[in-house]
Write a protein that binds this ligand. Structure first.
Ligand SMILES: [Zn+2]
Length: 120
């Protein structure tokens, strides 16, 4: 059964406020370095997390899974996915800079997903 994909939220205001302030600074720093960051996904509903978790597992079974957990920090607004507006995921230098700037702000990144930044 193919379940319809619940909407993705890219609104910075959906993030937990202390994290949102850091993300605003992260976006500014990336822009100052000549990149074109844009939020791809911010807070996530449980319904959407369940859909994503099921992707490649209980639906779209021929596809590669897109998440490995039901305990994502996106659920509490403490994680964000940031991509390049012009090149989306296809810019290695962008993701190297994103990780460096995130760490500089005291935020955490994960090896599985270059676009993902979360509260420590
Ligand atoms: Zn993420």
């Amino acid at each position: 059964m193919i379940v319809r994909e619940p909407a993705r939220c890219a609104d910075i205001n959906s993030l937990w406020e202390p994290f949102r302030h850091k993300v605003e600074r992260l976006l500014d720093r990336m822009t100052e370095r000549g990149f074109d960051p844009v939020i791809f996904e911010a807070a996530r509903s449980r319904e959407r997390q369940e859909w994503l978790y099921g992707y490649g597992r209980t639906h779209h079974k021929n596809r590669k899974p897109v998440t490995w957990t039901m305990h994502s920090r996106h659920l509490s607004g403490k994680a964000v996915d940031i991509v390049s507006k012009s090149k989306m995921w296809n810019w290695p230098e962008f993701y190297a800079a994103l990780k460096a700037e995130a760490v500089r702000l005291g935020l955490a990144t994960i090896p599985q997903e270059g676009c993902h930044v979360q509260w420590r």
